[in-house]
Design a protein around this ligand. Structure first.
Ligand code: AMP
Ligand code: MG
Length: 501
């Protein structure tokens, strides 16, 4: 159902589209497929304000029509982007937005240009055998996790809204359908570059690279060797992103090159999850049979994906083939060191350390080993560590009890305590450092599943709203939210998550 003219201007959307100016072979222009009776589940008011949108209008009937794709607002030039990618290591020459429609770009009040995309907006030429839709569960999961990641300070796409479509989608069973309105600095993926490079479409590849540089990395636009500079930037961002995932205990689940953003945002929240007890081999995704994307493999897979990206740029790099390959390999080879540095910097903050000493890396590794042996909860461990030398007697006692379970842990605590005192003579500065690095609240899988279960089977969104609210302040402990800081009881533990389709 197309709406009347007033609706085209409602909500305050002011698009300023650039991707749609790229050649036609970069996308297919098409509008979202209308849904039966859209209802807004949640509007992200803070993000709406940044985008210059009116949160109140978005939450109402008009907003529901826009955010579900029933009404395409003035200035939007809806399209589905094309890309390719390596999925679980296997090459797929053509993928694309199979169920997402890019409405356009908005330059926010913060002067940042962002894509506004409806995910679950109906079939496109890239849908293959899919229906182009999304089920309510995965939409809520994406909303909760992406916003939690944002609050935890990790680069990510965000969620402007979740909308119930009023239709059902058929998966293993019939489920309520929904749309998540995804906001990204960019939806351009390593797979987008692979699409053009693999077809030897050098004109397309250059247009894409120039576009990405101009839009996302303007400072390198005029440097000599700008495509090498682009690779450096992408390597840096990817190394930093994955270091942050490791530090927070996040497992993406589907690190395919088509799910790897060139601007280094976490993108495509499918079967992703946060670890409870520390286990480097942890895999959640039910489709990841061989553990390719296990927690401890993420840094290495990031390297592999960056290698794929570097390869796409070869035709743009000047000099002979051999010299271009050498230079690309040298840049890609910086990834492990950049990752290692970012990880160590972050880990030291988790331990409250500020000096740079030789044994730092080992101190961290030894803690992780103890945690793995004892099956300790990742988040809770660092929170107890944060309290260990604090001033709250009850928390100190709880932390002492927590680390008292084994000789190995007690010895480690003694080592760390000496080191902490060395670093902070006469000051408690580490409290602030650790307190803002070690969250109390993460989107624990059993809580996410609980929120989804009540929404899907009982149309009860109170758990979803409460969880989203708690995760807005992940570092601040609130007595009334105690449940959200606790690991699951054995019977609550969620061992597998399912693909977001
Ligand atoms: P993913 O690895 O989950 O990001 O998805 C891989 C590809 O499958 C992407 O090109 C998606 O657009 C597409 N896809 C996923 N689910 C659906 C669906 N329900 N209908 C159509 N395409 C889909
Ligand atoms: Mg994807």
């Amino acid at each position: 159902m197309r709406e009347n003219i007033d609706e085209l201007y409602a909500g305050g959307f002011t698009f300023d589209n650039t991707f749609s100016r790229l050649p036609e072979r970069f996308y297919t222009r098409l509008a979202p497929t209308p849904v039966s009776s859209p209802k807004v589940i949640k509007v992200n008011e803070e993000l709406a304000e940044i985008l210059g949108l009116d949160p109140e209008a978005l939450g109402g009937r008009v907003g529901a029509n826009i955010l579900s794709g029933n009404c395409v607002p003035e200035g939007s030039e809806p399209l589905a982007m094309v890309y390719a990618g390596h999925q679980f290591g296997g090459w797929v020459p053509q993928l694309g937005d199979g169920r997402a429609i890019l409405l356009g770009e908005i330059v926010g009040r913060d002067d940042v240009r962002r894509d506004i995309q409806l995910k679950g907006a109906g079939p496109t030429p890239y849908s293959r055998s899919g229906d182009g839709r999304a089920a309510l569960g995965p939409v809520l999961r994406e909303y909760i996790l992406s916003e939690a990641m944002w609050r935890l300070g990790i680069a990510t796409t965000r969620s402007l809204a979740a909308v119930d479509t009023g239709d059902t989608v058929l998966r293993e069973e019939e489920l309520p359908g929904a749309i998540v309105v995804r906001v990204a600095e960019s939806h351009i993926r390593v797979g987008t570059f692979q699409f053009f490079s693999s077809r030897s479409d050098i004109v397309g590849l250059k247009a894409l690279a120039d576009y990405v540089i101009e839009r996302h990395f303007p400072s390198i636009d005029n440097v000599d060797g700008k495509y090498e500079a682009l690779l450096e930037e992408v390597v840096k961002r990817q190394a930093s992103l994955i270091a942050h995932w490791q530090l927070i205990g996040f497992i993406h689940g589907v690190m395919n090159t088509d799910n790897t953003s060139v601007v280094g945002e976490t993108i495509d929240y499918g079967p992703c999850a946060f670890m409870d007890s520390y286990d480097p081999k942890k895999v959640f995704s039910s489709i990841d049979q061989f553990g390719r994307y296990a927690y401890s493999n993420q840094p290495g897979i990031g390297y592999w994906n960056i290698g794929c990206f570097g390869q796409t740029l070869l035709p743009l790099i000047e000099g002979g083939k051999k010299s271009a390959l050498d230079r690309v390999q040298k840049i890609v080879a910086k990834y492990p060191e950049l990752f290692g540095e970012a990880y160590l910097v972050g880990f030291k903050k988790k331990l409250g350390l500020r000096k740079q000493l030789d044994g730092d890396e080992m101190l961290g590794q030894d803690l992780l080993q103890e945690m793995a042996e004892e099956g300790l909860d990742y988040t809770v461990t660092f929170r107890h560590l944060t309290s260990y030398h604090g001033s709250n007697a009850a928390r100190v006692a709880a932390a002492q009890h927590f680390f008292g379970v084994s000789k190995g842990l007690k010895d480690w605590i003694a080592r760390w305590s000496r080191r902490l005192q060395e670093d902070w003579v006469g000051s408690h500065g580490w409290e602030t450092v650790m307190g803002s690095e070690n969250p109390v609240y993460i989107p624990r899988n059993h809580l996410v599943e609980e929120a989804i279960k009540y929404a899907v089977s009982e149309n009860d969104y109170t758990y979803f709203h409460k969880l989203v609210g708690v995760l807005e302040n992940p570092y601040e402990e609130v007595m009334s939210s105690a449940k959200y800081g606790l690991p699951p009881e054995p019977h609550e533990e969620v061992k597998a998550t399912f693909c977001g389709t």
